[in-house]
Design a protein around this ligand. Structure first.
Ligand SMILES: N[C@@H](CCC(=O)N[C@@H](CSS)C(=O)NCC(=O)O)C(=O)O
Ligand code: FE2
Length: 248
């Protein structure tokens, strides 16, 4: 991947993937979907890669884990980013088709609502990579039964804004629960068991997923609406998160 410094990191508790995207020339970097309890790991990795963190971004207001974006700002001086439509607090807000400049890299923000209203997919056209958050997962997609979820919206977002990319784009989601690490537009067009169906069949599948609510939803959403805690891996905050105690 010429010109790009790229890492995929994993949080085993929430099965969340965090991505570091760095410009190999300027050494400026962004991190996508960091997890609060993993901020020290992420800072160490950024330093070891000789990168300077410019942005800590979220694909959406996560419901299952507390974001590390505000803690990364405290640790590194980076700016936090989320979509305007998420209504969450951050230093910078993205609208559809905005470009985030990370050194020589241009990351396109595509609005892909349906899992939440504020979901964005980040596309690095120069390297044919897309970071789909919970809109499109590997052989799956984000659930649509809370946080403004809307299966019809999600169907059109995924088909119109992600699967419309050329088939050789790699797909990197925010989660995988079966140990899979990446996919491609081609694979998801051929083999995604939900999104290869008609819109009505898709809606029916999404209405009958029968998933339990995320265990941490009541603490994650209020924290994530403010970009997470500003303290880095504070023991008391981590105990409160474990006990499902929302921020004061
Ligand atoms: N068991 C987990 C939550 C699992 C879950 O609901 N995952 C979400 C993404 S996080 S908002 C989802 O959309 N899943 C879709 C699917 O098909 O798995 C927990 O308790 O945190
Ligand atoms: Fe989510």
């Amino acid at each position: 991947m010429s010109g790009l410094v790229f890492r995929q990191l994993f949080d085993t508790t929430s099965s969340t993937y965090t991505y570091i995207i760095g410009c190999a020339v300027t050494r400026l970097a962004a991190i996508i979907d960091p997890v609060y309890e993993k901020v020290s790991r992420d800072v160490k990795m950024v330093n070891e890669l000789d990168l300077k963190l410019k942005y800590a971004m979220n694909t959406h207001c996560h419901a299952d884990h507390v974001t590390g974006t505000a803690a990364l700002r405290s640790a590194t001086g980076c700016q936090t980013i989320i979509s305007k439509a998420s209504a969450a607090k951050a230093d910078m807000y993205l609208n559809d088709n905005d470009i985030v400049k990370i050194g020589n890299l241009n990351l396109e923000a595509r609005s892909t609502p349906g899992h939440t209203d504020g979901c964005m997919t980040f596309v690095l056209h120069s390297h044919k990579l897309c970071f789909t958050g919970d809109a499109l997962m590997i052989r799956a997609c984000g659930r649509t039964d809370f946080q403004q979820g809307d299966a019809r919206k999600l169907y059109h977002s995924v088909h119109g804004r992600i699967l419309s990319l050329s088939e050789d784009y790699s797909v990197y989601p925010a989660h995988d629960y079966q140990g899979r690490t990446q996919s491609s537009v081609r694979e998801e067009k051929l083999y995604n068991p939900r999104l290869t169906k008609s819109e009505d069949e898709f809606v029916n599948i999404m209405e009958n997923l029968g998933l339990k609510y995320p265990a941490k939803i009541d603490v994650s959403v209020p924290w994530n609406m403010r970009c997470g805690p500003t303290e880095v891996e504070d023991k008391e905050i981590m105990a409160d998160i474990a006990a499902n105690k929302p921020p004061a």
